[in-house]
Design a protein around this ligand. Sequence first.
Ligand code: ARG
Length: 471
Amino acid sequence: MTFADSPPGSGKPWGGRFEAGADPEAETFTSSLAFDRRLWPYDIRGSAAWARALERAGLINGGERAAIDKGLEAVRAELESGRFAFRRELEDIHMNIERRLTEIAGAVGGKLHTGRSRNDQIALDERLYLRDVLGSLDAALAAAQSALLDQAERHREAAMPGYTHLQRAQPVLLAHHLLAYICMLDRDRDRFAECGRRVNVLPLGSAALAGAAFTIDRAALARDLEFAGPSSNSMDAVADRDYVIEFLAAAAVLGMHCSRLATDLQLWATAEFGFVEFSDTFATGSSIMPQKKNPDVAELIRGKTGRLYGNLVAVLTTMKGLPLTYNSDMQEDKEPLFDTVDTLEAVLRVLPPMLASLTFRVDRMREAAGTFYSTATDLADYLVRKGLPFREAHEIVGRTVRHGIAKGKELGELSLEDLRSFSPLIEKDVHAALTVEASLRARAVTGGTAPEAVARELVQARRRIAKGTQP
Ligand code: ARG
C-alpha cells in the first residue's frame, strides 16, 4: 500500500471541531485502513447508489450526480491499478475514497456525504461484501460436494466397516459414508443461504443512528442495490453485527464438518487402517524419516477450524454488552470476518482436488468390513425374524460372540451345530444372513446403507448439488 505524505493529524473531515491534531500513535491505533480497504469496491458501489438517491431526492442535480459518478470511476481506476495513494491520517477506506473523490471531482464531492454517516456506510459495505462472499462460497461448497459424490459414485459397491466409538460396528458402503459428508455440506449451504436472507437488507439511509433527515426513497435505493428491502429501524441497522456473527457461526460449523472429514481420511491413511492413499500431490514427506508420507493438507484443513471458532468467539465477545448504537469496538469485527472468509476460501480451494486424488483400497476395506463380528447385530435380527424378542436375541448373540472369540473364529466360521447350541431357532439359512452383503442389503430403509437405498440417495444428491440453495 502506498501512503501519500501529508502531515499526521491534518485534513480530518471533522477538523472544524478540533483545535489540536491527533497524536500519531492514536491515529495509528484507531486506523482501520490496513484491513478495511478490501471493502473499496462495495464502498464505491454504495456511494454511486447514494448519489442517485440524493438526485432522486432533489438534493443534487443531474450534472452533480454525473460529476460524482465520473469522479468515483476515476477513484475506482486508481484503486484497481494500485495507484491509489492511501492516507493513513484519513483513518478508514470511506474517508480515503471520499477525500480522493473531492480532489478529483471538486467541491461537489463534498455533497456526497449528505444524510449519510460512516455508520450506515460500513454496515452497507459489509452487507454488500458478504453477499458476494456468500455467492462464491455456495459455489465452492457445491464443488466440494461434487468431489465427494464423484468418489461415492466411483465406489458404489465398496463395503467398509462403519464405526462407533472408533470401534468396528457394522458394515456400511463407502458411498454411504461419503454421502454423510455431502448431507452435512447441504446443511452448511442452507445455513449460509439463511444468513444471506438476513444480510440482504439495506442499512443505508439510517445515517449515524436516527435516520437521514432528507426525503430519501429507501425502497428505491434498496432496489438499486438489489437488496430485498430497507431496514426498518435506523438504530438497529447501525448497531448490530448479528449478520457477521451468523456468518462466522455457519463458517465454524462448516469448519467442524471439514475437520471430521479430515480426521477420517487421516485415520484411513494410516498403516493400521490402510483404507486410502493420498496422492503425492496432496501429501508431504518428512525431513528426517525417508519413508513418511504425511496427509498434512487434511491435517491443516482440520487445524484451520481453530481460527474459525476463534473468529466467531472474538466477534461475539466484542459485541457483548455494547450499548446502542454504534461503538468503535465494532470496527474489530472486520479482521475476524476477513480471516474467516480467507480461511474458507483456502480450505475450499484445496479440498475438492484433494478428495479427487484419493485412492481407496477397497479390498482392504471390504476385508475389514467382514471381520471382528461386524454382523453380530444381523444374527440378533435373524433371531428376531424367527420370533425371539430382541433383548433375548442380543443376549444369545453376545454369548455366541464370546464363544467365537474363545475359538478364534468369526460368527460365519462357526458350524451350524455350534451356532444351534446357542438357539434352536438357528437354521441352515443362518450363514447367508451373516455375510457383509446380506447385512448391507438388509438396511434398505430410507437413509440406510443398502445398495439400492444408497443408489437412490446418490441420484438425489446429484440433483441437489446442481440445483443449489441460493434463491
Ligand atoms: N471504520 C469504522 C468501522 O469499521 C467505520 C465506521 C466509523 N464510524 C465512526 N463513527 N467512527 O466500524
